[in-house]
Write a protein that binds this ligand. Structure first.
Ligand code: SF4
Length: 370
């Protein structure tokens, strides 16, 4: 019986070691292979790519394993030069999005966890697409490897200090190593819990990509059982919860998942998470002009979060063709921030919108490429 090849990106370092035990190879070769995968970012099992592997190991890998590299179906750069968006092909012909965002002194990969999404947020291109399937751990890891490979050789590992640097200057000084990953691409990560956590374990491995806990951010629309499980498991990551409205009715209108996990249950889960992990939660608030950006809205979210270990990330809406709403103006965002700070002592940031001209809101590249 022909078995499907093992995607090595699916395996943790310990699982790779156990595979070599099963294959009756010395485990030192598993350790070497691991560093070829994640330090050298090798793209095949050839002698050139993995010179220290014995021929019998190479033959076994060629016969029974694979590297689930995701070919590029489409690549676009934003006109400001800060954002590159990839549409990557999966083995079954499905496509997902991965975004490389350059900020001053750092590079962040925004990666997907599902093909499409079942959560149906009304303003989101992925939500408008619907759900197709979960990604495997290897398909999630492969996106981070793809970005790490794209960065290799692009720049010296030095931080630019000028906040107003031009795109060219930022590119020239951006770190060559991937240090930040956000699970904010297509899909709801907590709807694909097992695969996402396996992928995070692989990304986190100190002998591999070595992404520190504070460099991995998981964004959820508010899947309460997943948040409670994260709390119990005390997972090493940052949690971002998409709030968007501070009343149950307002939230349910924007985020259909709120009907399943109401606001009071979500906030109780968030409190439990912070108590058990000692971690602050980032609350995401997509600012939609005339919809949720008034002083009253700011006071409602301030009252909801007052006293909690919280930071609000205000993100002006990325317009999508399927939603009739626009981003809030800069003055409205600033006024919102002032109310949170002055009246409720809740810290907030206004996120830079990235790559609007290349449809870099989640799901947008896939939807225009169809
Ligand atoms: S915003 Fe996130 S959770 Fe909501 S539909 Fe889009 S991908 Fe899914």
């Amino acid at each position: 019986m022909n078995r499907a090849p093992i995607n090595l990106y699916d395996l943790t370092r310990e699982e790779l070691r156990m595979l070599f035990v099963r294959w009756e190879f010395p485990t030192v070769h598993a350790a070497r292979l691991w560093s070829y995968l994640y330090l050298k970012l090798a793209s095949n099992f050839s002698v050139e790519a993995m010179p220290e592997l014995p021929a019998r190991v190479r033959a076994k890998l060629n016969a029974e394993a694979m590297l689930g590299i995701l070919p590029i179906a489409l690549k676009t750069d934003s006109s400001d030069g800060f954002t590159r968006k990839y549409l990557l092909s999966l083995g079954d012909g499905e496509r997902i999005e991965t975004v490389l965002m350059r900020f001053t002194g750092r590079v962040t990969a925004c990666i997907s966890s599902q093909v499409g999404c079942a959560m149906g947020c009304v303003f989101c291109a992925t939500g408008q697409m619907g759900y197709t399937r979960h990604l495997t751990p290897g398909e999630i890891v492969a996106q981070a490897v793809h970005v790490a490979r794209a960065l290799r050789g692009s720049a010296p590992n030095a931080a630019a200090s000028n906040r107003d640097a031009t795109p060219a200057a930022v590119t020239a000084h951006a770190p060559a190593r991937l240090r930040n990953v956000v699970l904010m691409g297509m899909g709801e990560p907590l709807h694909n819990y097992e695969a996402v956590m396996q992928a995070i374990d692989i990304l986190h491995d100190s002998n591999g990509l070595a992404l520190a806990a504070e460099r991995i951010t998981l964004s959820t629309v508010g899947v309460v059982p997943g948040i409670l499980r994260l709390a119990d498991e005390k997972r090493a990551l940052h949690l971002a919860v998409s709030l968007h409205a501070a009343t149950q009715a307002g939230r349910a209108a924007l985020v259909p998942a709120a009907r399943k996990w109401p606001l009071d249950e979500l906030m109780a889960a968030c409190r439990t998470y912070s108590e058990k992990t000692g971690r602050r939660i980032f609350y995401e608030w997509t600012l939609i002009e005339g919809k949720n950006d008034s002083a009253e809205d700011a006071r409602a979210v301030g009252a909801l979060l007052r006293g909690l270990p919280a930071q609000v990330n205000l993100i002006p809406l990325n317009p999508t063709s399927g939603y009739d709403g626009g981003p809030s103006r800069t003055e409205a965002a600033k006024a919102f921030q002032r109310i949170l700070a002055d009246e409720f002592a809740v810290p907030s940031t206004v996120r830079q919108r990235r790559g609007i001209d290349i449809a870099a809101g989640c799901g947008q590249l896939a939807s225009v490429a169809e």
